[in-house]
Design a protein around this ligand. Structure first.
Ligand SMILES: Nc1ncnc2c1ncn2[C@@H]1O[C@H](COP(=O)(O)OP(=O)(O)OP(=O)(O)O)[C@@H](O)[C@H]1O
Length: 293
């Protein structure tokens, strides 16, 4: 918790002053019920390319390696993390903080869907309210000690991704895409946005890259091939994982049992896990004076 000599905001008495006006930085400090070492966001330009699945698989792989992991579901209007893990419990409150809900592997999850009476209730909120909900998932949640907090971003480059980039102390960002040209075009926008916000990009993940024929084992690439690899090399970024369309993953995700995904299948994301595991504090060129550096 940063010490702030605040004379302007209402939090001066509680010592929980977090505002940019008072801290001089838009990046929110950790609250005194959280001790998070690395914050990594998973983003995509376009919806439905597998960003939540990659966030979940990354969290599972890290948890299986013995790390303490959390997932902040910043996809407020389309939150799918609780569904993937089969979570139904409502978050409890303790000492004015909200407690995340734990998965069977012990991954701490916070998502708006955990507060909705029905999981298919829509969240019809305007941008500023969505953004403040995401900020609250950082300021008002008792995350405890975490080695890694994975932030599942909403698709696109709107209000909420911008809030996450400006307000959370992100150590790095992973960009997920499927191989179609349309998805690739928006990846370019995502990369530019992250660079403008001075967030280090750890690399790209190509999801739904190919299908393996169950009869002959041939790899079929329904959306073409090589476009994410090409984009990664053009942008000077590593391609950290190439994931197939895996019916088993889809089945487990639908059943809320993504944690039962086989260890052997998780090997596909090993390079991504290793980059995240190493930790990331690289400076972004040209951003030396920025709040994130
Ligand atoms: N590699 C994969 N193999 C099979 N199914 C997949 C794969 N990746 C994702 N899916 C399935 O595709 C659907 C969309 O995936 P997911 O929710 O992870 O995408 P998203 O990019 O987070 O979507 P949104 O934009 O809605 O947040 C889900 O039903 C998921 O189970």
């Amino acid at each position: 918790m940063s010490e702030t000599k605040c004379t302007t905001c209402n939090d001066k008495d509680t010592g929980r002053c977090n505002t940019e006006q008072c801290t001089g930085s838009p990046v929110l400090p950790q609250n005194d019920a959280s001790d998070i070492k690395q914050v990594v966001a998973v983003m995509s330009g376009k919806g439905g390319v597998g960003k939540s699945s990659v966030s979940a698989l990354l969290a599972i792989a890290l948890a299986r390696r013995g790390y303490k992991v959390g997932i902040l579901d910043a996809d407020i209007t389309g939150p799918s993390i609780p569904k993937l893990f089969g979570l139904v419990d409502r978050p409890e409150q303790f000492n004015n903080y909200i407690l995340p809900v734990k998965t069977s592997l012990g991954i701490q999850v916070m998502s708006l869907n955990l507060f909705l009476p029905q999981e298919d209730d829509p969240v019809i909120w305007r941008g500023p309210i969505l953004s403040s909900a995401v900020k609250q998932f950082w300021t008002d949640v008792a995350w405890g000690k975490l080695d890694y907090l994975i932030v599942d971003m909403p698709p696109g480059t709107g209000d909420v991704p911008l809030t996450v980039m400006q307000s959370l102390p992100l150590n790095g960002l992973v960009v997920v895409s499927s191989p179609q040209d349309l998805a690739m075009m928006v990846v370019g926008k995502t990369i530019k946005m992250a660079r403008q916000a001075c967030i280090p990009i750890l690399g790209l993940v190509e999801n739904m890259s190919y299908i393996t024929c169950p009869h002959c084992g041939e790899k079929i690439q329904p959306f073409g091939h090589g476009s994410v690899k090409e984009a990664a090399s053009k942008k000077g970024l590593p391609l950290l994982a190439v994931l197939p369309v895996d019916p088993e993953l889809a089945k487990l995700a639908d059943a809320g049992r993504i944690e039962d995904y086989e260890e052997t299948s998780l090997r596909n994301i090993e390079p991504l896990v290793e980059v995240v595991e190493k930790g990331y504090n690289r400076k972004v060129e040209g951003c030396e004076n920025c709040h994130h550096q």
